[in-house]
Write a protein that binds this ligand. Structure first.
Ligand SMILES: *[C@@H]1O[C@H](CO)[C@@H](O)[C@H](O)[C@H]1NC(C)=O
Ligand SMILES: *[C@@H]1O[C@H](CO)[C@@H](O)[C@H](O)[C@H]1NC(C)=O
Ligand SMILES: *[C@@H]1O[C@H](CO)[C@@H](O)[C@H](O)[C@H]1NC(C)=O
Ligand SMILES: *[C@@H]1O[C@H](CO)[C@@H](O)[C@H](O)[C@H]1NC(C)=O
Ligand SMILES: *[C@@H]1O[C@H](CO)[C@@H](O)[C@H](O)[C@H]1NC(C)=O
Ligand SMILES: *[C@@H]1O[C@H](CO)[C@@H](O)[C@H](O)[C@H]1NC(C)=O
Length: 465
């Protein structure tokens, strides 16, 4: 009896490790440059593919859009080659050896292929199969996953390769593109709960790095509510309990995609945009059930719910990411929610370009408290790195790594940008300050991410006032 009980407990705890859950302290890396390719991180491979590198990415072939437009016939095969080589089991093994417990996975809207208007938009096809393989590798390694909507339909910010299209024509903050993002959200929420390969997903992030000036992001606050509602509508349809919310529709099918249609048709607790997103997602999921072999999308005992699943953390950049009276995503929360901030010193505007100023800044960082005061908690630092505006000595990088980890661990933890960057003559010294795996090899980052070279590194810099 005892043996049986402990066996059951053991199985239950093993399953808990697999089912997505937020680590008590996040020690993470971004899987950047993979499903959203940023040429600056792999310049030699990009040029080998036929891409170009220039100072202003709108001036040359320096985004997925520009590449696919230039090479319509070879884009899919070139990207398939990239997807199968940039992030591999060897990388996952290194991340495990380095004690990483979380991966933030960069995704473009075009990974949900029916959302792309092929007449006017240019993106490679086939990425979703690699996403499924990638999250499976991470799950098998016990690494928890955040699905990060990194590149939004219509692009969420100007002149950045990371949005997929380097352009000043920012169109995300419009009804048409908000709606496409909701459909994307319904699809990703459904896969996270019903495809066992996605079992370690614990959070979906709505929008990576929206424009900081809230005057330029009209209706983003409404989108925040609708994003949360879309995630929760999918979860309620699946029979997953959502705190404070229950479905007003009796679902009468084991076909989940059909159930989405029933909820879209009949529910009065969700607004027309959210219901339209469910209805549009349903046929997309029917296709994916075949393409990705996910039978549960068409056959799940919805009446009993999914006992092993709990609500995902809806996730947003923190309210203090924006200025000019931004909407606070905390107001939109239903159930668990997480907040993300990104801090880079190398682009200027944070601290004067010298080691002492950097240390004084990071050692007195008050972002965690400032966010918590307005309800944006838990907060993690979803992007940071070791880059500097000056030529940093090795001695400084040991301190710089320690001090940042200390600052970000006052919150829910940190996620380094990036898990790796290219090592090539063209990339030069890029990996020294931008690659987590290389940073551990060089010793700046401790092999055990919870440790420090010197946990008192900030002592001389903390101001008393
Ligand atoms: C994408 O970029 C091109 C320039 O390369 C621009 O003409 C087009 O309007 C952009 N599309 C969107 C949706 O922003
Ligand atoms: C499930 O429902 C969808 C409609 O959303 C339908 O297209 C599909 O054929 C159904 N599949 C099964 C196996 O019932
Ligand atoms: C939704 O309502 C439309 C229009 O009444 C109907 O044609 C469709 O079959 C309904 N879908 C589901 C899944 O109930
Ligand atoms: C950093 O070092 C490189 C190579 O030694 C040099 O070209 C560059 O000017 C230096 N940058 C700064 C900001 O000192
Ligand atoms: C690259 O890093 C090494 C070691 O820190 C340094 O000696 C060299 O000057 C750097 N090169 C450039 C181009 O910055
Ligand atoms: C750690 O850093 C503090 C502050 O700079 C310094 O006083 C102390 O000597 C350092 N400890 C070690 C072991 O280097």
């Amino acid at each position: 009896m005892h043996v049986l009980v402990s066996l059951v407990a053991l199985l239950a705890s093993a399953y808990n490790v697999l089912a997505g859950s937020m680590p008590s302290k996040i020690y993470g890396v971004n899987i950047g440059g993979w499903l959203v390719l940023e040429p600056w991180m792999l310049p030699a491979e990009w040029e080998e593919m036929g891409g170009q590198i220039c100072d202003d990415c709108s001036d040359c072939i320096m985004s997925e859009w520009a590449y696919t437009k230039a090479y319509p016939y070879k884009a899919n095969t070139e990207f398939a080659n990239h997807w199968s080589t940039w992030f591999t089991q060897d990388d996952v093994n290194e991340l495990v050896a380095d004690g990483i417990n979380t991966a933030r996975m960069q995704l473009g809207f075009w990974i949900v292929e029916p959302l792309v208007d092929r007449a006017t938009e240019f993106y490679p096809e086939g990425g979703i199969v690699y996403l499924q393989q990638g999250v499976k590798m991470l799950k098998d390694a016990g690494i928890q996953v955040i699905l990060d909507h990194h590149a939004l339909p219509g692009v969420q910010t100007g002149d950045q390769s990371f949005t997929g299209n380097c352009t000043e024509n920012v169109q995300f903050y419009t009804d048409y593109n908000y709606q496409r993002a909701l459909v994307w959200t319904a699809v990703m929420t459904s896969l996270s709960h019903l495809d066992p390969n996605f079992d370690s997903v614990f959070a979906i992030e709505a929008v990576n790095e929206p424009i900081m000036d809230a005057d330029e992001t009209p209706d983003y606050g409404t989108f925040q509510y609708e994003f949360v509602d879309t995630v929760r509508a999918v979860e309620l349809t699946l029979g997953i309990p959502v705190p404070g919310l229950s479905l007003d529709v009796q679902v009468s099918t084991t076909n989940f995609t059909e159930a989405l249609g029933q909820v879209a048709n009949a529910s009065t607790i969700f607004n027309p945009n959210v219901r339209a997103a469910l209805a549009t997602a349903a046929p997309i999921l029917v296709e994916l059930s075949v393409q990705l072999s996910v039978p549960a999308l068409l056959n799940t005992d919805l009446a009993s719910g999914l006992p092993s699943r709990t609500t995902l953390l809806t996730t947003f950049m923190d309210v203090n990411w924006q200025y000019n009276d931004p909407p606070n995503p905390a107001n939109a929360a239903i159930g668990p929610q997480g907040y993300d901030n990104h801090l880079y010193y190398s682009y200027g505007g944070v601290a004067a370009a010298n080691p002492t100023a950097y240390m004084e800044s990071i050692c007195n960082l008050d972002r965690v408290q400032a966010d918590a005061a307005v309800g944006d908690s838990p907060l993690w630092f979803g992007e940071w790195g070791l880059p500097t505006q000056f030529n940093a000595t090795d001695e400084f990088l040991y301190m710089w790594a320690d001090a940042q980890k200390l600052a970000y661990s006052k919150g829910a933890g940190w996620i380094f940008w990036n898990f790796k960057v290219e090592q090539s003559e063209l990339a030069g010294n890029l990996s020294r300050q931008w690659s987590y795996i290389e940073g551990v090899k060089l010793g700046f980052l401790t092999q055990d991410p919870s440790q420090y070279h010197n946990a008192s590194v900030c002592a001389p810099y903390v101001s008393s006032s």
